[in-house]
Write a protein that binds this ligand. Structure first.
Ligand code: DMJ
Length: 413
């Protein structure tokens, strides 16, 4: 995106890993070379979760003023995206000119995960900058999704379609997914409740409605694997993206804060965690494909065999380890780490994604996604660190693994 993305996404993990020299080099680059005055169209969502989230987390850890100054500059530019008639943010934004658009491939629709996964970052910016104007538009998106979203199912559950109308903010179509295009909206229902110091019960209610909807309509069993299906046109689609593997971690986190669902949600988290690990252990390289299918009598099969170095399974292993202290979660994480080392590490430096997780002579995709450092390596570091490495009572971790302070209303440090 022309924004030093990997540097911004990596600052906080450098700090947390004790790599203070490299952290200082990154901050120096931000001070001397980072400019958001770039006349090109970029993703509003990706820039918010990776760049704004990365800068804010690094600021909170280090207190380096330039990181907050750059966050404000970026926030001011990103705010110009919240100008659809409904107040939902546009999909792309030009940080230099403020021009925005909705891409044609979504048939004029916005995507649930993109409009519903920027709230923690803007809320954090508002709190750190002491300027409430930064959070208003993003928080209003959740009000609109609540008001204009689907009605409750008979069991009190509620699942939001992945498409949203920019003119009204209304949910449209009947594709439901907790993987691509839906995933992190559900994650932020819980995390926004926690991140805002549990100050707005609306987010908790929406989160619990979504889990009831999930349990009634999408949770399936095949060959002893409990998994999360998708829905299209009212019919179940028996596939699961690796992206869904954030969910065991989110369920486990929620179970610590909502006593009435504690046992139920933790039990579901453990079952889904085992399925996510099986997505790795069943492949020749020990690395998971992008998605799997489930068919009666055939069990779990590969849907798309590439691996982009994604973090979701190690993310959930970290939460499950933190809350249960069952050593199996560290054992699984260690096996995944060794498989990444064996098959994705490049001799000349860095790591690359794989084109086929069942080929033992690696074919690389020649790309090291910034979330490999920001998320996958950070969650592995946290999985094998003592609890003091990150206090989950005072922080909530954004969808790009950037820890943000969550105690604004309780007064705790
Ligand atoms: C990351 O950018 C975030 O975790 C996002 O929520 C989902 N996709 C990638 C990682 O897979």
């Amino acid at each position: 995106m022309g924004l030093g993305l990997t540097i911004l996404d990596s600052l906080d993990v450098l700090w947390m890993a004790g790599l203070k020299t490299e952290f200082a080099q990154g901050v120096e680059w931000v001070r001397s070379s980072l400019s958001f005055d770039k006349a090109r169209s970029i993703s509003f969502f990706e820039t918010t979760i990776r760049c704004l989230g990365g800068l804010l987390a690094a600021y909170e850890l280090s207190g380096e003023q330039v990181l907050l100054d750059k966050s404000r500059d970026l926030g001011d530019r990103l705010l110009k995206a919240f100008t659809t008639p409904s107040g939902m943010p546009y999909t792309t934004i030009n940080l230099a000119t403020g021009q925005h658009s909705v891409p044609s491939w979504t048939r004029g629709n916005l995507l649930l995960a993109e409009v519903g996964t920027v709230q923690l970052e803007f809320y954090s910016l508002a709190q750190n900058a002491k300027e409430p104007r930064y959070s208003g538009p993003a928080l209003k998106v959740f009000e609109t999704l609540d008001r204009e979203g689907p009605s409750l199912d008979s069991n009190g559950g509620r699942l939001w379609p992945i498409h949203v109308r920019p003119d009204t903010g209304r949910s449209t179509g009947n594709t439901i997914s907790w993987g691509a295009m839906g995933d992190s909206f559900y994650e932020y229902l819980l995390k926004l409740w926690l991140g805002t110091g549990k100050s707005d019960e609306r987010y908790k209610r929406m989160y619990l409605e979504s889990i009831l909807g999930l349990q009634a309509r999408l949770i399936k069993e095949e060959d002893s694997h409990t998994y999360v299906a998708e829905e299209n046109g009212g019919r179940a689609v028996l596939k699961m993206d690796h992206l869904v593997c954030f969910l065991p971690g989110t369920l486990a986190l929620g179970s610590q804060h909502i006593p009435e669902v504690r046992d139920d949600h933790l039990a579901l988290a453990k079952k889904l965690m085992a399925t996510c690990y099986a997505m790795y252990s069943k492949q020749k390289t020990g690395l998971a494909p992008e998605f799997v299918r489930f068919a009666p009598g055939r069990g779990m099969t590969v849907g798309a065999g590439h691996n982009l170095l994604r973090p979701e399974t190690v993310e959930s292993l970290f939460y499950l380890w933190r809350f249960t202290k069952d050593p199996i979660y560290r054992e699984w994480g260690w096996k995944i780490f060794l498989a990444f080392e064996q098959y994705c590490r490049i001799d000349s430096g860095g790591y690359a994604g794989l084109k086929d997780v069942n080929s033992l002579s690696p074919r690389y995709d020649d790309t090291m996604q910034s979330f490999w450092v920001a998320e996958t390596l950070k969650y592995l570091l946290l999985l094998f660190s003592d609890d003091e490495a990150l206090d989950l009572n005072t922080h909530v971790i954004n969808t790009e693994a950037h820890p943000l302070r969550s105690t604004w209303h309780t007064g705790a440090a």
